[in-house]
Design a binder for this molecule. Structure first.
Ligand SMILES: N[C@@H](CCC(=O)N[C@@H](CS)C(=O)NCC(=O)O)C(=O)O
Length: 308
C-alpha cells in the first residue's frame, strides 16, 4: 500500500495551506489533486461520500476529512508528534482553537467588501466570483455559527495580531524554538487575511512579519500533480489499512449504520457503517461499486454522529 498522501485541495484554500506548509517543513513528497473551489467536486465526492469541505486527504482506500485528521496523518508520516493536534495542550491548544474559531472568519469579515470582490475577481474571474459568492452565502446561511463582520471582525483581527506579536517577542515560534501544530493553525487565517486584502502584514508587527516569512520559507515540499483518475486508481488498488484500536470502553455504535456531519458549517452528512471509534476519531466504512470498501476518517471533535 502506498503511503504517499494525496491532498484534494485548491490553491487558495487556507486550511489546505496549513497542510501544504506542514508537508513543506517536513520535506515530504505528496500528490496534489486540484478541486473546484466549491461543490460539486467530482475529483473527491465519490471518495468521501459527499463531505463538502476542503482539504481532504487520501492514502489508498483511506480518506481523511478535516485538517485535524489530515494533520495527524502528516505527523505520523513525518514521525513528528509536535504536528499532531490531539497532543496540543495548554497555550498550543488555546492558540489553535482561537485561530480556527472566530479568527478564521474574522480574517475575511474584516476585509472591506469591495476589496474582497476585487480579490475574488482576480482569483477566479467574473463567472467564478458569482458562483463562489453564491455558494459561500448559502453555506453561511445553513451554518450553526455566525461569522463576525465589519467592526467586530476588525477588533478580533487586531487583538489576534497583537497577541501573536507579543508571544513572538522572545522566541522564533509560538511555543518555542521550532514550529508545532499551533504555528500552522495560527498561520493560515493570517495567510487568508493577507491574500484577501492583497496587502502584506502591517510592518508595525515586526515579530509577526519575521515569523510569517519564517513559516513560509520551506515551501510546500515535493508536490506532484495528479489527475482525479489516478487518485481513484489508488483507492481501487488498495484495501483500507488496519483499523485503529480504541482504548477504554468500546463505542456501542460500532458496527451500526451511521451518518456523520460537521456541527458548525458545511454540515453535509456522510453515511456508512461505523467501524472504529477512538478517543479522537471515527472511521466510517463505505461500500462502493467503483472502489470497493473505503474507510472515511473524521475527528470526533466538531462532528456529530447519528445512527441511521
Ligand atoms: N475544520 C475544517 C475546516 C475546513 C474549511 O473550512 N475549509 C474551507 C476552505 S479553506 C471550506 O471547505 N470552505 C467551503 C468549501 O470549500 O466548500 C478543517 O480543519 O478541515
Amino acid at each position: 500500500m502506498s503511503e504517499t498522501l494525496i491532498l484534494h485541495h485548491y490553491d487558495a484554500s487556507p486550511y489546505a495551506e496549513k497542510i501544504r506548509l506542514m508537508l513543506g517543513w517536513k520535506g515530504l513528497h505528496w500528490q496534489s489533486v486540484l478541486s473546484p473551489p466549491q461543490p460539486p467536486r467530482p475529483n473527491v465526492d465519490p471518495l468521501s461520500g459527499g463531505y463538502r469541505r476542503i482539504p481532504i486527504g487520501q492514502i489508498g482506500a483511506d480518506v481523511f476529512c478535516d485538517t485535524f485528521v489530515i494533520a495527524q496523518e502528516v505527523a505520523r508520516l513525518a514521525d513528528a508528534p509536535e504536528l499532531d493536534p490531539e497532543r496540543a495542550t495548554g497555550d498550543a491548544s488555546a492558540i489553535l482553537e482561537h485561530a480556527e474559531g472566530d479568527v478564521f472568519f474574522a480574517a475575511i469579515g474584516s476585509v472591506a467588501p469591495l476589496t474582497l470582490l476585487g480579490t475574488l475577481l482576480r482569483t477566479v474571474g467574473p463567472f467564478g466570483m458569482v458562483q463562489f459568492a453564491l455558494d459561500r452565502a448559502r453555506m453561511v446561511q445553513g451554518a450553526n455559527v455566525k461569522p463576525p463582520q465589519g467592526g467586530a471582525a476588525r477588533s478580533i483581527m487586531k487583538a489576534y495580531l497583537e497577541d501573536l506579536e507579543g508571544r513572538l517577542a522572545d522566541r522564533d515560534f509560538l511555543t518555542g524554538d521550532a514550529p508545532t501544530i499551533a504555528d500552522f493553525a495560527a498561520f493560515h487565517p493570517l495567510w487568508l487575511h493577507v491574500a484577501s486584502r492583497r496587502q502584506p502584514l502591517d510592518a508595525r508587527y515586526a515579530n509577526l512579519v519575521r515569523w510569517y516569512a519564517r513559516m513560509q520559507a520551506p515551501g510546500h515540499g515535493t508536490r506532484e500533480e495528479l489527475d482525479a483518475e489516478r487518485a481513484f486508481e489508488a483507492a481501487r488498488a488498495a484495501k483500507p489499512r488496519p483499523l485503529p484500536v480504541a482504548t477504554g470502553d468500546a463505542d456501542p455504535r460500532v458496527g451500526r449504520r451511521v451518518s456523520i456531519a460537521p456541527t458548525d458549517y458545511g454540515t453535509v452528512p456522510v453515511a456508512g457503517t461505523l467501524v472504529a471509534a477512538t478517543a479522537s476519531r471515527y472511521v466510517v466504512a463505505r461500500e462502493t461499486d467503483r472502489f470497493g470498501t473505503l474507510h472515511v476518517h473524521f475527528p470526533q471533535r466538531g462532528f456529530a454522529l447519528t445512527e441511521a
